[in-house]
Design a binder for this molecule. Sequence first.
Ligand SMILES: [Zn+2]
Ligand SMILES: [Zn+2]
Length: 344
Amino acid sequence: MIDPSSASLRTTTAAVLHGAGDIRVESVPLPPLGEHDVLVEMRSGGICGSDMHYFADGRNGSNVLTRPTVLGHEGAGVVAAAGRLATVAPGTPVVIEPAVPCGTCPSCRNGRYNVCTSSYCFGSPPTNGLFAERVVVPDSAVHTLPDSIPAELGALIEPLAVAVWAVERAQLRPGDRLLITGAGPIGLLVAQVAMDRGAGEVVVTDVNDDRLAAATRLGVTRALNVARDDLDLTGLDRLIECSGTPAALNSGLLTLGPAARATVVGQATPALDGLPLAFLQRWEIDLVTAFRYANAFPTAIALVDAGTVDLERLVTARYALTDIAQALRAPTTDPSNLKVLVEL
Ligand SMILES: [Zn+2]
Ligand SMILES: [Zn+2]
């Protein structure tokens, strides 16, 4: 526990992105601990595709880095100090839900806080993120981890929450025949959640054999390398697009049957050529999107606690905070990587 007058409440060591390819591990000021805030001693951070985009290009989609920012939105640790009115006690292991909504707008009041227009997200520039030894966050942004989930692995609850929300948005029903395009960490987590929800058939596609082998090990019905083999499927009930590749979405849609539903989870291209719109209309196929998650962390935690989802088997590499640049490059330099963790 940390004495509120301690110097460790004022600064922390963190991975600060200064520009494309320029990330520095340096001391940054911590915001003051407000009465509803907690100070979290971080233990794990997860490298996500968006972190890799910020590092490689200084931007992710339309969000551009305009000032040095601490990266990282997947993170877990242990509460080390709590503000006067905070509801989480020091010593509690927690995962941080990085997007903080306003709580009062119509979207927030309707339970769709993930589309709050006044939200901010740790690790989305210019908001400082979680690749730090310590962070100060509102108590509403933390979820307690049970004993079965060590904080060293807790960062992976965030991508699992993405998967939980994706399956929710997909309105997956028991027995559904499901296609998942993209066997990265999100696709593999979606597969596990979908199998738990009773999907009748789970087909996973990718162009990376290592990732497809990981899907096979998880017990999916079929793992298909679409660089080699034709996507010879018809009449499927659900598509969950996790690759961010326009061709994967367009070809995946054509496998769907009447009144099916497709959910776009992978980072979407700004505009899409080749969308088979007439086909979608003829068969009344719903095309929906998913963005982050709403109320999905408790479910994600419960799935791991119950042993339904094994986070450890997704982890292929661990790096120290001082090696953050290597960690951010690892999935590109070694495509057999699935999830890369940063030890904080
Ligand atoms: Zn992420
Ligand atoms: Zn709101």
